[in-house]
Design a protein around this ligand. Structure first.
Ligand code: TXA
Ligand code: MG
Length: 326
């Protein structure tokens, strides 16, 4: 793919930095990531330090081509994996595999498994191709805070850290990849969804007819699946009514009933179209943080099916409180 002169230069810069044990901010179709070469212990440690992320929370390895997978894993690439890869890669699906010795335990937090995906963003793919090796890349936000969907968000999150960020435009999807694990064999095989994302349960069922899928959302099997995550700086309150039906006075009264002293509420809305709602969510939360308000109200998503499941998951972890109004 032809890149603009500006992007070509920035891609070269990013590759050079990655070759020198540095970390860089990179665009992907889901959210922006903080990348380091998988064979650089220095860069891997920097990722955790910069993000203030605990070492128990493993990173996703990003590759640019399916052929890069074999050296990273210690299991067979069977028909199901090939089908999932053909259908969803490059794209917002992360698959957990048993890992080979080549994958540094720093990446996997000492687990026997490694998470892998091929991102669907020409710039991220070109950086990995030119580097000639995979990168480890978590979302480019401070641990437990709202994820970034633009280069500005990354710069804002790491202000003062002298981080190189490659600007590839706004992330088209806006929510992190779906993380899955394949469990069991033959007739007893099923797919566990460790983190819901843009690839929904239905998408997986369509790709592999008859497969059983299980939600494993609150399991310790996904160490990053902690209770509070994606949180804006201001308190976020989910309300179960349509925001237009709630008067600001009523909410302020409710807050005082809850023993709080919010005086400048802000009312966010979710687009009816879940793809747009997903794309906008993190930037709406970040914009709200930068305004002169002291509490953010957001309505409960209209459904928990399809892509709404992922939106619901993120809101539930980002919230301070769930409020049911009479
Ligand atoms: O869309 C995405 O996946 C983005 C972009 C940058 O690619 N990356 C991302 O990475 O969301 P991060 O580090 O923010 O989230 C990775 C999630 C965490 O919840 C982590 O616990 C889980 O993947 N994970 C990583 N390795 C795992 C493993 N071996 N077993 C289970 N869960 C794993
Ligand atoms: Mg993250």
């Amino acid at each position: 793919m032809p890149f603009s002169e500006k992007h070509t230069f920035a891609i070269e810069q990013a590759v050079e930095l990655l070759n020198r044990d540095q970390v860089v901010g990179l665009p992907t179709e889901t959210v922006y990531g903080l990348a380091g070469a998988i064979d650089s212990k220095i860069a891997l440690r920097k990722i955790f330090t910069l993000k203030e992320r605990p070492f128990f929370d493993p990173l996703i390895v990003h590759i640019s081509d399916f052929s890069q997978i074999e050296p990273l894993i210690n299991c067979n690439v069977d028909h199901m994996i090939r089908t999932l890869a053909q259908k969803f890669w490059p794209g917002p699906l992360t698959i957990i595999f048993y890992k080979s010795d080549l994958v540094n335990p720093l990446i996997t937090s000492g687990l026997e498994t490694v998470a892998i995906r091929i991102p669907n963003h020409p710039i991220a793919l070109e950086v990995i191709r030119r580097l000639g090796k995979p990168i480890a890349m978590p979302s480019a936000n401070k641990f437990s805070k709202t994820s970034p969907t633009s280069a500005e968000h990354v710069i804002e999150s790491f202000r003062g850290s002298d981080l190189f960020v490659l600007d590839g435009g706004a992330s088209k999807i806006g929510l992190e990849s779906t993380v899955i694990r394949i469990k069991g064999k033959d007739k007893d095989v099923n797919i566990e969804i460790l983190r819901p994302g843009f690839i929904t349960k239905d998408d997986i069922h369509q790709a592999i007819p008859g497969i059983k899928t299980i939600n494993y959302l609150n399991s310790i099997s996904s160490p990053g699946n902690i209770e509070h995550h994606y949180m804006p700086e201001k308190p976020l309150i989910i309300v179960d009514q349509h925001i237009s039906k709630i008067s600001p006075e009523f909410l302020t009264q409710t807050c005082s009933r809850l023993n709080t002293s919010f005086s400048k509420p802000m009312f966010l809305t979710l687009n009816q179209n879940p793809q747009i709602a997903a794309r906008e969510l993190y930037s709406k939360l970040r914009d709200a943080d930068n305004l002169d308000i002291d509490v953010i109200f957001i309505p409960k998503p209209p459904s928990q099916e399809g892509l709404w499941a992922a939106i619901w998951d993120r809101l539930n972890k980002a919230k301070t409180l769930n409020l049911t109004l009479p």
